[in-house]
Design a protein around this ligand. Structure first.
Ligand code: NAG
Ligand code: NAG
Ligand code: NAG
Length: 243
């Protein structure tokens, strides 16, 4: 795997939507690919490994022009950080990256989601934070065709989830941001852990259609935190009182 060894592997958490029926046993994960820099073809109920690299926007481009996968050796991402996740395919999951481990404004402020090698897919770089603003809620859609990852993209809600909320600023008509100095790690009161809502679209290797994207797409970014009961005391509660 080509990810520079100097990247720090973060402890990342995958929390599954608590009302998802647990009809699927963990033993039904038949995907034996655990590296985010290897190719896999998945079916419903498999786990799927992908990575999110945090770095400066320019670090994701080769020769300032071509955006490459973070798995590509030609990029020098040594100053960034990497999180690896393995959610269950087609389950609605929330990924969290705890701000005790990651202060995104100090490591470049952008993130790229990626998976695969020969069939490498990567998202465009998403702004997370600078010294003024931080965006803590994202929705990532993973699009598969016949079980192979084809595309990764950030779904924005045009700031509808924070319109009229005085603590939020709408950046570029797409991201709800708060001030970085509201974060606990900057002396404020908010746990600025990054939450990434995940949804799957397209088809698995048996051409079975994924449904989780359909379930997520009409919900607003921050309102999704309310779905995760085990986050109630940390992330959910604080955004409810913040709004
Ligand atoms: C980098 O970009 C410059 C200018 O666009 C070009 O001349 C050069 O060949 C490129 N280098 C590589 C290795 O692609
Ligand atoms: C992040 O980690 C800190 C310290 O371990 C903990 O107190 C906090 O609740 C965590 N936040 C989330 C969202 O898990
Ligand atoms: C932080 O990002 C926002 C939105 O892109 C921008 O308007 C602002 O100038 C940036 N601040 C700094 C200090 O870079």
């Amino acid at each position: 795997m080509a990810i520079p060894v100097t990247l720090i592997l973060l402890i990342a958490v995958v929390i599954t939507f608590s009302t998802t029926p647990y009809s699927v046993e963990s033993s039904s994960d038949n995907n034996h690919v655990f590296s985010p820099c290897a190719d896999s073809t998945i079916q419903k109920s498999d786990g799927f490994t992908f990575g999110i690299a945090f770095a400066a926007r320019t670090a994701f481009f080769f020769n300032s022009t071509v955006q490459l996968s973070p798995c590509d050796r030609r990029l020098s991402l040594s100053s960034g950080q990497l999180s690896v996740f393995r959610p269950k395919v087609d389950e609605i999951s929330l990924l969290t990256v705890n701000s005790s481990n990651l202060q995104p404004d100090t490591i470049g402020g952008y993130m790229v989601a990626f998976a695969g090698r020969k069939y490498a897919a990567r998202s465009i770089p998403a702004f997370v934070a600078n010294s003024t603003y931080i965006v803590t809620s994202f929705t990532l859609v993973m699009e598969f065709q016949k079980g192979r990852l084809e595309n990764l993209y950030w779904k924005r809600d045009g700031c509808s989830s924070c319109s009229g909320k005085s603590n939020f600023v709408c950046l570029n008509n797409q991201d709800c941001a708060i001030r970085t100095n509201s974060c606990k790690y900057r002396g404020g009161t908010v746990d600025c852990s990054i939450g990434i809502q995940l949804a799957f679209s397209g088809t698995d290797k048996h051409a079975t259609v994924f449904n989780s994207w359909y379930e997520v797409k009409n919900l607003r970014q921050y309102s999704l935190f309310g779905l995760y009961q085990n986050l109630k005391d940390s992330l959910t509660g604080q955004y409810n009182s913040f709004f």
